[in-house]
Design a protein around this ligand. Structure first.
Ligand SMILES: Cc1cc2nc3c(=O)[nH]c(=O)nc-3n(C[C@H](O)[C@H](O)[C@H](O)COP(=O)(O)OP(=O)(O)OC[C@H]3O[C@@H](n4cnc5c(N)ncnc54)[C@H](O)[C@@H]3O)c2cc1C
Length: 317
C-alpha cells in the first residue's frame, strides 16, 4: 500500500470518549526501532468501558490498530491510517490468586515477572527477557528458552470490534509458534496465567540467568524489533541468514546485527523503508542460497511513503 493523504480522519465524527485522542502522532518514538510515520490519531482509553463504547460507536470505515510496546512491529514511513489504540495504566493491573495470576494486557512482561518475584510466584520468569506487553505476548504467543505464553495461559479476556467483552479458553486461542488464531480485530484485555510458588531467591537466580544470556546473545540495547523472521520448520533462521552471507549487511541506516543475525538494527538514521528493504534482501539471499522462504515474524504495519505519488484521497467518516 502506498501512503495516502493522512489528514482525512474527521475528528468531529469520532465517538466522544473519557480517555484521550491525540491527532497526527509521529509513531517512531513509540517503537523499539524508532522509525515510522504518523498515525492519524492515537486513542488512549480511560478504561474497559471507554474502549468498548469507542469500538461500538465508531464508524466501520475508521481503521483501528492496536499496539503494545511496539517491540515486534515495523511501522512504515507513510504512517498508519485511522486510529492507533494504546492501552494505559487501567489495563495493567495484576491479581495474584493461589496458583494463578490475572495480568492486564498493557503491563510490560518485565514488570509482570518482577511482581511475580516479589510475591513468590514462579513460572513467569521466561517473560522477563521478552520486551513487550502481556497483550503483545498473547497475540504473538511470545516465547523464549523453551517456554511460550501458551504453556502458562489458562484463558484470555478480549474485546471484539463492536465492543463486546468475551473470555477465550486456551483452546479457543489456537496458539502456535509466534501466532494465535484469534481474529485480527480482537483486542486482548488481560490473560489468566498458571503460576507455581518458589522462594524469591530461586526465582531471582533464574531471572539473572535469563538477563545474562540475553545480554550475551541479543542486541537488546539497540534499536531493533526482535527476531525478524520465524524459524522455518527444522531450521534456525539465524543459521540460514548467516549461511547466505548476510551478517552485518546494511542498507542505509539499517543493518543485520553482527551479534545476532536474525535481528535488524537501526544504526541511527534508518528509515522504515531501509529496514523493510533489508529484510526483503535477506529473504531473497536466503531463498537463492537455500531455496527456503523466510517468513516475517515482525509485523509490518502502515503505508509505504511515496512523496512523488499524489494518491487518491481516502476519507474515514
Ligand atoms: C530485543 C528484543 C528481543 C526480543 N526477544 C523475543 C523473544 O525472545 N521471544 C519472543 O517471542 N519475542 C521476542 N521479541 C519480540 C517482542 O518482544 C514480542 O513479540 C512481544 O510479545 C511483542 O509485544 P509488544 O507489546 O511489543 O507487541 P507489539 O510489538 O506492539 O505488537 C505485536 C503484535 O501484537 C498485537 N498486539 C499488541 N497488543 C495487543 C493487544 N492488547 N491485543 C491484541 N493485539 C495486540 C499488535 O497489533 C501486533 O500485531 C523481542 C523483541 C526485541 C526488541
Amino acid at each position: 500500500m502506498i501512503s495516502s493523504d493522512l489528514n482525512k480522519l474527521d475528528f468531529k465524527r469520532l465517538p466522544h470518549v473519557r480517555g484521550s485522542y491525540k491527532k497526527h502522532v509521529i509513531m517512531a518514538p513509540y517503537t523499539w526501532f524508532r522509525v515510522g510515520g504518523a498515525a492519524d490519531a492515537v486513542f488512549r482509553p480511560q478504561d474497559h468501558e471507554d474502549l468498548s463504547q469507542f469500538l461500538l460507536q465508531k464508524s466501520k470505515k475508521v481503521p483501528v490498530t492496536i499496539i503494545g510496546a511496539a517491540s515486534n512491529i515495523l511501522i512504515r514511513d507513510g504512517g498508519i491510517p485511522g486510529v492507533v489504540i494504546k492501552l494505559g495504566k487501567s489495563f495493567a493491573s495484576t491479581n495474584f490468586k493461589s496458583n494463578s495470576v490475572r495480568i492486564g494486557a498493557a503491563l510490560p512482561n518485565s514488570i509482570a515477572a518482577r511482581l511475580a518475584l516479589k510475591e513468590g510466584y514462579s513460572g513467569l520468569e521466561f517473560l522477563s527477557g521478552i520486551p513487550g506487553t502481556i497483550g503483545g505476548g498473547l497475540r504473538m504467543n511470545a516465547g523464549a528458552y523453551g517456554r511460550e505464553v501458551k504453556d502458562i495461559l489458562i484463558e484470555a479476556e478480549v474485546i471484539d470490534s463492536t465492543g463486546n467483552i468475551k473470555v477465550l479458553s486456551l483452546e479457543e486461542m489456537a496458539m502456535s509458534y509466534r501466532q494465535c488464531g484469534v481474529p485480527k480485530d480482537y483486542i486482548f484485555l488481560s490473560g489468566l496465567f498458571k503460576t507455581g510458588r518458589d522462594v524469591p531467591s530461586n526465582i531471582q537466580k533464574r531471572l539473572d540467568e535469563i538477563r545474562a544470556r540475553r545480554l550475551e546473545s541479543q542486541p537488546i540495547t539497540e534499536r531493533t524489533g526482535g527476531s525478524t523472521f520465524k524459524n522455518p520448520e527444522g531450521y534456525k533462521a539465524w543459521e540460514l541468514i548467516e549461511a547466505a552471507g548476510c551478517r552485518g549487511v546494511s542498507i542505509g541506516g539499517a543493518m543485520v546485527s553482527e551479534q545476532h543475525c536474525n535481528f535488524l538494527v537501526n544504526t541511527g538514521n534508518a528509515s522504515a523503508t531501509d529496514l523493510e528493504n533489508l529484510g526483503n534482501l535477506v529473504q531473497q539471499k536466503v531463498r537463492d542460497a537455500t531455496g527456503i522462504e523466510l517468513e516475517w515474524e515482525i509485523k509490518l504495519l502502515g503505508l509505504i511513503k511515496d512523496s512523488n505519488l499524489n494518491s487518491k484521497n481516502v476519507s474515514y467518516e
